[in-house]
Design a protein around this ligand. Structure first.
Ligand code: PNS
Length: 162
Protein backbone atom coordinates (compact mmCIF):
# COMPACT_ATOMS: atom_id res chain seq x y z
CA UNK A 1 0.00 0.00 0.00
CA UNK A 2 1.34 3.46 -0.86
CA UNK A 3 0.94 6.12 1.80
CA UNK A 4 2.33 9.62 1.28
CA UNK A 5 2.59 12.71 3.40
CA UNK A 6 1.72 16.10 1.98
CA UNK A 7 3.19 18.56 4.50
CA UNK A 8 2.73 22.29 4.83
CA UNK A 9 1.71 25.19 7.03
CA UNK A 10 -1.69 25.50 5.33
CA UNK A 11 -2.27 28.97 6.84
CA UNK A 12 -4.80 28.73 5.22
CA UNK A 13 -5.25 25.96 2.62
CA UNK A 14 -5.40 27.41 -0.92
CA UNK A 15 -6.85 26.13 -4.19
CA UNK A 16 -3.29 25.18 -5.19
CA UNK A 17 -2.95 22.97 -2.10
CA UNK A 18 -6.34 21.41 -2.79
CA UNK A 19 -5.33 20.57 -6.36
CA UNK A 20 -2.17 18.80 -5.12
CA UNK A 21 -4.21 16.90 -2.51
CA UNK A 22 -6.75 15.77 -5.12
CA UNK A 23 -4.09 14.64 -7.59
CA UNK A 24 -2.13 12.85 -4.83
CA UNK A 25 -5.30 11.04 -3.74
CA UNK A 26 -5.56 9.59 -7.25
CA UNK A 27 -1.89 8.59 -7.44
CA UNK A 28 -1.52 7.02 -3.99
CA UNK A 29 -3.61 4.78 -1.72
CA UNK A 30 -3.52 7.14 1.28
CA UNK A 31 -2.60 10.79 1.67
CA UNK A 32 -1.70 12.17 5.09
CA UNK A 33 -1.97 15.95 4.91
CA UNK A 34 0.19 17.11 7.80
CA UNK A 35 0.25 20.59 9.35
CA UNK A 36 3.77 21.37 10.55
CA UNK A 37 5.51 24.47 11.81
CA UNK A 38 7.58 26.47 9.36
CA UNK A 39 10.22 28.25 11.43
CA UNK A 40 10.42 31.02 8.79
CA UNK A 41 6.73 31.84 9.32
CA UNK A 42 6.56 33.15 12.86
CA UNK A 43 3.04 34.51 13.25
CA UNK A 44 0.34 32.25 11.82
CA UNK A 45 -3.05 33.83 11.13
CA UNK A 46 -4.98 30.65 11.94
CA UNK A 47 -4.44 28.35 14.92
CA UNK A 48 -3.57 24.70 14.37
CA UNK A 49 -7.11 23.77 15.39
CA UNK A 50 -8.62 26.22 12.87
CA UNK A 51 -6.36 24.88 10.12
CA UNK A 52 -7.31 21.29 10.96
CA UNK A 53 -11.01 22.22 10.82
CA UNK A 54 -10.64 24.04 7.48
CA UNK A 55 -8.66 21.18 5.95
CA UNK A 56 -11.12 18.58 7.23
CA UNK A 57 -14.10 20.41 5.79
CA UNK A 58 -12.37 20.51 2.39
CA UNK A 59 -11.00 16.95 2.15
CA UNK A 60 -14.11 15.10 3.28
CA UNK A 61 -14.96 14.68 -0.44
CA UNK A 62 -12.00 12.28 -0.76
CA UNK A 63 -12.11 8.82 0.83
CA UNK A 64 -8.36 8.38 1.30
CA UNK A 65 -7.14 11.74 2.66
CA UNK A 66 -6.46 12.21 6.39
CA UNK A 67 -5.58 15.40 8.27
CA UNK A 68 -2.75 15.25 10.80
CA UNK A 69 -0.67 17.74 12.72
CA UNK A 70 2.79 17.29 14.14
CA UNK A 71 5.07 19.35 16.33
CA UNK A 72 8.48 18.21 15.10
CA UNK A 73 10.47 17.26 12.05
CA UNK A 74 8.73 16.16 8.89
CA UNK A 75 11.01 13.13 8.48
CA UNK A 76 10.12 11.97 12.02
CA UNK A 77 6.43 12.28 11.21
CA UNK A 78 7.02 10.25 8.05
CA UNK A 79 8.87 7.54 9.96
CA UNK A 80 6.28 7.35 12.76
CA UNK A 81 3.52 7.03 10.18
CA UNK A 82 5.22 4.41 8.03
CA UNK A 83 5.62 6.45 4.91
CA UNK A 84 8.76 7.13 2.93
CA UNK A 85 7.24 9.53 0.42
CA UNK A 86 6.77 13.28 0.79
CA UNK A 87 4.73 15.15 -1.83
CA UNK A 88 5.33 18.83 -2.55
CA UNK A 89 3.92 21.10 -5.21
CA UNK A 90 6.19 23.24 -7.38
CA UNK A 91 4.69 26.53 -8.52
CA UNK A 92 7.70 27.71 -10.46
CA UNK A 93 11.36 28.52 -10.39
CA UNK A 94 11.03 30.55 -7.18
CA UNK A 95 9.90 27.42 -5.31
CA UNK A 96 12.51 25.21 -6.88
CA UNK A 97 15.60 26.28 -4.96
CA UNK A 98 14.13 26.04 -1.48
CA UNK A 99 12.21 22.84 -2.28
CA UNK A 100 15.34 21.20 -3.68
CA UNK A 101 17.28 22.12 -0.54
CA UNK A 102 14.50 20.86 1.72
CA UNK A 103 14.23 17.53 -0.12
CA UNK A 104 18.00 17.07 -0.12
CA UNK A 105 18.25 17.96 3.58
CA UNK A 106 15.45 15.56 4.47
CA UNK A 107 17.04 12.82 2.37
CA UNK A 108 20.40 13.39 4.04
CA UNK A 109 19.02 12.96 7.57
CA UNK A 110 16.62 10.23 6.53
CA UNK A 111 17.80 8.34 3.42
CA UNK A 112 14.65 6.20 3.37
CA UNK A 113 12.50 9.27 2.72
CA UNK A 114 12.04 10.49 -0.86
CA UNK A 115 10.32 13.68 -2.02
CA UNK A 116 8.21 13.69 -5.17
CA UNK A 117 7.16 16.95 -6.80
CA UNK A 118 3.93 17.67 -8.60
CA UNK A 119 3.84 20.64 -10.97
CA UNK A 120 1.20 23.09 -9.78
CA UNK A 121 -1.73 23.56 -12.12
CA UNK A 122 -0.97 26.87 -13.90
CA UNK A 123 -4.41 28.18 -12.88
CA UNK A 124 -3.10 28.30 -9.30
CA UNK A 125 0.61 28.96 -9.70
CA UNK A 126 0.37 32.60 -8.50
CA UNK A 127 -1.50 31.69 -5.31
CA UNK A 128 0.23 31.39 -1.95
CA UNK A 129 -1.04 31.36 1.63
CA UNK A 130 1.20 34.38 2.22
CA UNK A 131 -0.64 36.31 -0.50
CA UNK A 132 -3.99 35.22 0.95
CA UNK A 133 -3.00 36.46 4.41
CA UNK A 134 -1.82 39.75 2.90
CA UNK A 135 -5.15 40.36 1.15
CA UNK A 136 -7.04 39.42 4.31
CA UNK A 137 -4.95 41.86 6.34
CA UNK A 138 -6.43 44.64 4.17
CA UNK A 139 -9.98 43.28 4.27
CA UNK A 140 -10.00 41.91 0.70
CA UNK A 141 -12.13 38.89 -0.17
CA UNK A 142 -10.07 35.79 -1.03
CA UNK A 143 -12.75 34.10 -3.12
CA UNK A 144 -10.97 32.36 -6.00
CA UNK A 145 -7.85 31.85 -3.89
CA UNK A 146 -9.11 29.36 -1.30
CA UNK A 147 -11.73 26.58 -1.42
CA UNK A 148 -15.31 27.90 -1.26
CA UNK A 149 -16.11 25.77 1.81
CA UNK A 150 -13.79 27.78 4.05
CA UNK A 151 -14.88 31.27 2.93
CA UNK A 152 -17.67 31.55 5.55
CA UNK A 153 -15.24 30.60 8.32
CA UNK A 154 -12.56 33.02 7.10
CA UNK A 155 -15.09 35.82 6.78
CA UNK A 156 -16.36 35.13 10.30
CA UNK A 157 -12.83 35.68 11.60
CA UNK A 158 -11.56 38.46 9.31
CA UNK A 159 -13.65 41.52 8.47
CA UNK A 160 -13.99 41.85 4.68
CA UNK A 161 -14.57 45.33 3.19
CA UNK A 162 -17.53 45.19 0.79
O1 PNS B 1 3.65 25.33 3.52
P1 PNS B 1 5.11 25.54 3.84
O2 PNS B 1 5.28 26.62 4.89
O3 PNS B 1 5.93 25.81 2.61
O4 PNS B 1 5.64 24.15 4.45
C1 PNS B 1 6.97 24.03 4.94
C2 PNS B 1 7.05 22.86 5.95
C3 PNS B 1 6.06 23.09 7.09
C4 PNS B 1 6.71 21.55 5.23
C5 PNS B 1 8.53 22.81 6.49
O5 PNS B 1 8.86 24.03 7.08
C6 PNS B 1 8.72 21.65 7.47
O6 PNS B 1 8.92 20.53 7.05
N1 PNS B 1 8.62 21.94 8.79
C7 PNS B 1 8.79 20.94 9.82
C8 PNS B 1 10.20 21.02 10.43
C9 PNS B 1 11.20 20.31 9.53
O7 PNS B 1 11.12 19.12 9.28
N2 PNS B 1 12.22 21.06 9.07
C10 PNS B 1 13.26 20.52 8.26
C11 PNS B 1 13.00 20.68 6.76
S1 PNS B 1 13.09 22.38 6.28
Amino acid sequence: MSRVVYPGSFDPITLGHLDIIERSSKLFDEVYVCILNNSAKKTPLFSHEERVNMLESVVKRFGNVYIKQYDGLLVDFAKENNTGIIVRGLRGITDFDSELQMSQGNHKVSPDVETVFLATDPRYSFISSTMVREFLAYGKSVKGFVPDEIIPFIESKVKINQ
